[in-house]
Ligand binder design. Sequence first.
Ligand code: UD1
Length: 416
Amino acid sequence: MEKIFVQGREKLYGSVEISGMKNSALPIIFASVLVKGESIIENVPIVSDVHNSLKILSEMGADVKYEDLHTVRICTDNIGIEKINMGLVSKMRASSYLMGVLLARFGKVRIVYPGGCNFGHRPIDEHLKGFSQIGAECIEKNGFVEITTNKKLKSGEIILDKISVGATINMILASALTDGKTVIRNTAREPHVDDVIYYLNRCGTNIKRHNDVIIVYGSSSLYGARYRIFPDMIEALTYISCVGVTKGAIEIKNIRTSHLRSLLPLFEYMGMDIYSANKKAINVRSMIKLCGSHVRTMPYPGFPTDFHPQFSSLLCYTNGGGSVDETIFPGRFAYVNELKKMGGKLEKTDSKVFIMPSYLYGAEIDATDLRAGAGLVVASLGAEGESTVNNVGYILRGYEDMVGKLSSLGAIIKII
Ligand code: UD1
């Protein structure tokens, strides 16, 4: 089993290039099922969730080829619904997007419950309620979800009760091939939702957003297109937290600064210097002990739940500490015990963790999910001595070459 070894306390200097956004790449890969001909997707990150999504499609009959390391050509003209790799579906939350695309294209879909990172119950009721509102029938039986529609899905109105990234994207996917207008209300506004919209618009839909209302004018004949996906804002935030714990000065390239607009003032408030020469890069300098802060996870543009564990690690290194109130995934605290093994002083209540200023030293710790794993790498970079992070597979699901990128910035880190 691979582990990440870190010798902490090295300052970070240099430049790091952010990869494409995993949470855009996955739905866009599945969205290619809706179009005829070839889609050419650029800026696809090299992460295992992408690999597994492509594997699911190619086993269903899609033609998948890499044009270069980060550009994939997908043609799904010949796919069928008989050979769905349920083992992989059950491991990945993003495989829930098969529900929307197969329902739209074949009028039916039967899959096992989509899996995903291990931070508590992750229901799909919003997805199913949404599909029902446009004419589908959903049955949950023996661990499988079966969704069918007698006639074509109808356009109309979908009202989501909860703000959900996955349900929003699934409603867009399901309605993309319907003729007419579908209005989706109470939608998530994460950049990866808009990334899916822009890709589908390239392929022939006319989808518009007005704040949290999305209007889909679908088309029964979508065609493949070339599309470049957004950079990964969570990866960028993770590198900001790395330099926050180690000190140093780094340039973060290939980003969209607009996606980070609501978060950068927080880091500046804490004591980092952030300078942006253009819309695609920032320079982050962290020279002094930072002050702490209190945050609450919220849907975009609020503080992202996917940056919660990394931020908790950063708070350990601040004057004053702080807290993270988790309002989206209350089970996302497994990393707390791991940070305690490193000397972290954390106290968890129901859905909130209080973090006191701590002196962290190296330890052997376990990544319990993707972002928790990233958070432990952040903590290890600032800790005194050697750390070993187990269960590297979680980190590889969503971070392209994290070890290579950090070592190019001067960290002493390697996979063992
Ligand atoms: C996506 C991201 C994940 C991120 C999350 C929130 C992918 C593959 N994953 O997950 O990295 O942490 O958005 O930004 O893109 N909910 C329900 N019923 C549903 C669906 C969701 O109650 O049917 C609840 C969830 O339990 C959670 C909240 O809604 O409390 C938001 O979840 P959601 O936005 O759907 O997360 P995912 O799409 O699964």
